[in-house]
Design a protein around this ligand. Structure first.
Ligand code: ATP
Ligand code: MG
Length: 413
């Protein structure tokens, strides 16, 4: 991609009403556009990063047998009334609307209900189980607090997977497989070291559900970390009784600020019993399906990665999710040797499959470098007078500012 053709521009100032560091930086770097508080559009650079996060999650969900679908945003009021999650007094974050022809609808806050109903058309026998289904979809929640930038949207993308099993053992195996996939996802996002499986209330078998909490000063949650075991508990679980059950010693726990990046949950038969999702077992007996749900905040992840890795100069992306691998910065003027060298290098790198953003604009070097720092692409390859003459390029690593001299052919490895 030639930067001269990229329609997004970097900005000196973030919107004055934006208080979150993640959204300030992402807006300034041209990754996102703020529509309203808690509502953001993704522009070319932001979408590339978002898509890389999606692809990592998709690969790991597919690897454990998840099957991808996409459900609707518009929801059937009568379905949600059956589980008692429509009533304002029970769930107060719905965006609700009327159909032109009469009747109510709302924008999906989550998808347990519609998917359970879909599955009643596909699961009837033990032969149909186990199975796991997931999607990437926008959720809509009328969140009161929208002060955390893309980390708390009123419209945001979630990956939600749901598991369906015929026995507790089968459910536990699914749960363990998805849990392990989550650990791999956080490793690939460069967040494993600072992301703690965190016990929360609300489980069915073990009395607990698990959140994946990523340490960040910008987080809205407080967790209590056992560094040695690399686990944590949230506030609800910080009772002597719960800690004893988990075999955690209160004295080892350290209080930290964190943000919930994902959450996995034993649902038991709560939805299947209410919505009539059952199967007949080998003996012909009819039983409710045992379910689990597993969420990850996909757009929240863009914010988390920003908060965790950005420095005073701007964004810093792990290679796995950077919009481009290389920022090629030419210091030439149109038609001169430097820009000819840069043009050919851009073409050759692109042909070799390297994802390159090419700053081919006529701007001062200082301005280009400052923008390059703001964009946070992992490697910057500079084409100046020396490079054009010698074929040796200055390569700057964004993460630590390290500068190396690299011969042309090594740029392709
Ligand atoms: P929180 O406690 O932060 O409100 P939640 O318990 O409501 O999260 P879930 O309903 O389990 O979250 O959603 C699954 C995942 O979706 C969360 O772990 C989080 O990463 C993400 N998420 C939840 N609410 C938002 C939001 N308003 N904006 C962006 N991501 C969100
Ligand atoms: Mg919430």
């Amino acid at each position: 991609m030639r930067q001269s053709r990229l329609f997004t521009k970097t900005r000196r100032e973030a919107p004055s009403d934006e208080t979150a560091k993640n959204a300030q930086l992402l807006v300034r770097a041209g990754y996102i556009h703020k529509e309203m508080a808690g509502v953001y559009s993704y522009l070319p650079l932001g979408l590339r990063t978002l898509n890389k996060i999606i692809q990592i999650i998709r690969e790991e969900m597919d690897a454990v047998g998840g099957q991808e679908i996409i459900m609707t945003a518009l929801q059937d009021k009568t379905l949600w009334e059956r589980t008692d999650r429509w009533d304002e007094t029970k769930v107060d974050i719905w965006f609700k609307m009327k159909f032109a022809g009469g009747g109510d609808t709302g924008l999906a806050i989550t998808h347990e209900e519609p998917l359970t109903r879909i599955m009643t058309a596909h699961i009837s026998s033990y032969r149909d189980l186990p199975t796991m289904v997931y999607q990437f979809q926008n959720k809509f929640r009328n969140e009161l607090r929208a002060k955390s930038g893309v980390m708390r949207g009123k419209e945001f993308m979630m990956k939600d997977l749901y598991s369906f099993a015929k026995s507790d053992e089968e459910h536990e195996a699914q749960y363990a497989a998805v849990r392990a996939a989550y650990v791999r996802i956080f490793e690939r996002l460069g967040l494993a070291g600072r992301t703690y499986p965190t016990f929360a209330s609300g489980g069915v078998f073990s009395d607990f559900s698990e959140e994946f909490q990523t340490l960040s000063e910008a987080g809205e949650d407080t967790i209590y970390v056992d560094e040695k075991k690399h686990i944590a508990v949230n506030r609800e679980v910080l009772t002597d009784e719960a800690l004893a059950k988990l075999g955690i010693d209160r004295a080892t726990l350290v209080e930290k600020k964190a943000v919930e990046s994902g959450n996995i949950f034993h649902l038991g038969t709560r939805f299947s019993e209410t919505l009539g999702l059952s199967f007949t077992d080998e003996t012909g007996a009819k039983k409710p399906v045992i379910m689990g749900s597993y969420g990850i905040g996909v757009t929240r992840m863009v914010g988390i990665l920003t908060e965790v890795f950005a420095d005073e100069k701007g964004l810093v992306w792990p290679e796995s999710v950077a919009p481009f691998a290389v920022h090629l910065v030419s210091l030439g003027k149109e038609g001169d040797e430097i820009s000819k060298t840069a043009d050919t290098l851009y073409d050759d790198l692109t042909k070799a499959g390297v994802e390159v953003l090419y700053d081919d604009r006529d701007l001062r070097a200082g301005e280009k470098f400052a923008e390059s720092d703001l964009l946070g692409i992992p490697k910057r390859v500079v084409v100046g007078k020396d490079a054009a003459a010698t074929g040796v390029f200055e390569v700057v690593t964004r993460l630590n500012g390290a500068v190396e001299k690299v011969p042309r052919e090594q740029l392709f490895s």
